[in-house]
Design a protein. Sequence first.
Length: 79
Amino acid sequence: KENLSVVNEALNEIFIAEEDYEALRTSIDDFDNFDQIFLAQKVEKHELLEFRRIAAYIYKRNKRWAQSVQLSKEDRMYK
C-alpha cells in the first residue's frame, strides 16, 4: 500500500462526508501522509462527538497538547 497524501486526503474527505468516523480513524492510523492539522481543524467543530474526538487525537499525535486538552474539556471527555 502506498501512502500518498492526495489519496489519503481524498479518502478522509469521503469518510467525513459519509460521517464514517471509524473508517476515518483507521485511515489516520494506517496512513499518516496528509495535512493532519488541517484535518483536525476541519473536524474539531463537527456535530458528531466522535469526529471532535478524532480532532483531539490528531492534535495529541502532533504534540499540540493545549488544543487536544481544550477539545476534550469542551466535550467533557477527559479522565
